[in-house]
Design a protein. Structure first.
Length: 285
C-alpha cells in the first residue's frame, strides 16, 4: 500500500517537473498579472494592434473589454479598426485560406490558446505564451527571417521585434560524438557554440573537450543590444500574456472568489452539523 502511494507520488513529481516545451527549451514562469487592470488594458491594446492582423479571437467581443476597466469611448478610440463596432467579435484580418498560402499554416484562433497550451499542472499556457513571445531570434535560413526557441521553426514572424530591439542568440551544446577516424565505440566530447547575430547570420564554433566527465548540456543565452528596451518588452510580453489568459477564461477571477465563499459556507455548515450531531446524541446516551 505504502509502496503504491510512493509510486503515485513519484509519478506526480516527474509529471510536474517535465515542463520543457517541444524544442526542449525550459519554459519561463509568466508573471501573475491576472488582477492588474493596467496590465490587462496594455495587453489588450498590444493584442489588438499586433496580433489581430493575422489571428482572430472570435469568442471575444470588443465590448467585453469593459470588464477589464475600459470604457466604450476608450475601446472606440484606441482599439477598434475602422468599420468595426463595439459589439463586434474580434475577427482577424487574414482569412484561413490566405494565412495558409502566406505562412504555410493558418494562424490559429487565439481565444482560448492560453488554456490550450497548458503543458502540465504547474506549467501553464501562460508560461508557454510568455516564453514564446520572448524567445524569437533572427535566422536568415527561415522563410519568415525568424526562428523561436519555444516553438522551433514556427511559421510566425516576431511581430513585436521593434519593441524588443536587436538581440544575439547563442546556444552552447556539450555533447558526445563519434570523432572521424576514432575507433568504434570511442566517443569524444565537444562543445558547439552557435551564435545568431542581430541580423540572423549564424556562426558555429566547435571545441573538443579533453577529459570531460560530465553529461550532455544545452544552454541558451540572449544578449540584447539595448537592455532597457528589451526589459520593457519583457513587461509588454507579460501584459499580452495576462490579457490572453484573461480572454481564455474571463470568469476565472469570479470563479475563484465564489470558490472562497463556498469553502467558507461549507466550513460553517460543518461546524453547525457537528455541534447539532453532538447535542442530539447527548440526549440518546
Ligand atoms: C504576420 C502574421 C501573424 C501575426 C501578426 C501574429 N501571428 Fe501568431 N501565428 C502566426 C502563424 C502563421 C502561426 C502558426 C505558426 C505555425 O504553426 O507554424 C501563429 C501561431 C501563434 C501561436 C501558436 C503557437 C503554437 O505553439 O502553436 C500563438 C500563441 C501566437 N501565434 C500568438 C501570437 C501573438 C500573441 C501575436 C501578437 C503579439 C501574434 N501571434 C501575431 C502568424 C502571426
Amino acid at each position: 500500500m505504502i509502496k503504491k502511494l510512493l509510486c503515485a507520488l513519484a509519478l506526480m513529481i516527474t509529471c510536474t517537473a517535465a515542463g520543457a516545451a517541444g524544442g526542449g527549451y525550459t519554459l519561463d514562469k509568466a508573471p501573475d498579472r491576472a488582477t492588474n487592470l493596467a496590465s490587462l488594458q496594455n495587453g489588450a491594446k498590444l493584442f489588438v494592434n499586433y496580433c489581430l492582423n493575422c489571428h482572430g479571437a472570435t469568442s471575444m467581443r470588443y465590448n467585453k473589454l469593459k470588464d477589464i476597466g475600459l470604457t466604450d469611448d476608450q475601446i472606440k478610440e484606441s482599439l477598434l479598426f475602422t468599420g468595426d463596432k463595439v459589439g463586434d467579435l474580434m475577427k482577424g484580418s487574414v482569412s484561413v485560406k490566405d494565412g495558409k498560402a502566406w505562412f504555410g499554416v493558418p494562424p490559429p484562433d487565439l481565444s482560448v490558446i492560453a488554456r490550450a497550451k497548458a503543458q502540465s499542472a504547474s506549467v501553464t499556457g501562460a508560461d508557454y505564451i510568455y516564453t514564446y513571445l520572448r524567445t524569437f531570434y533572427r535566422d536568415t535560413t527561415k522563410l519568415t527571417g525568424w526562428n523561436n526557441l519555444a516553438f522551433p521553426n514556427a511559421g510566425m514572424p516576431h511581430v513585436m521585434w521593434e519593441r524588443q530591439g536587436p538581440r544575439t542568440m547563442t546556444s552552447v551544446v556539450v555533447h558526445e560524438h563519434e570523432a572521424p577516424g576514432a575507433k568504434a565505440g570511442h566517443a569524444a566530447w565537444e562543445r558547439v557554440t552557435t551564435s545568431y547575430d542581430p541580423m540572423g547570420f549564424m556562426t558555429v564554433k566547435t571545441e573538443p573537450l579533453e577529459n570531460y566527465h560530465g553529461h550532455a548540456t544545452t544552454d541558451y543565452q540572449f544578449k540584447a543590444v539595448d537592455a532597457a528596451r528589451s526589459a520593457a518588452y519583457d513587461s509588454d510580453a507579460a501584459d499580452v500574456t495576462a490579457f490572453m489568459t484573461w480572454m481564455s477564461e474571463p470568469m476565472a477571477q469570479t470563479r475563484k472568489q465564489i470558490g472562497v465563499w463556498v469553502m467558507l459556507f461549507l466550513g460553517l455548515f460543518f461546524l453547525v452539523a457537528w455541534r447539532l450531531n453532538a447535542s442530539y446524541w447527548k440526549l440518546v446516551r
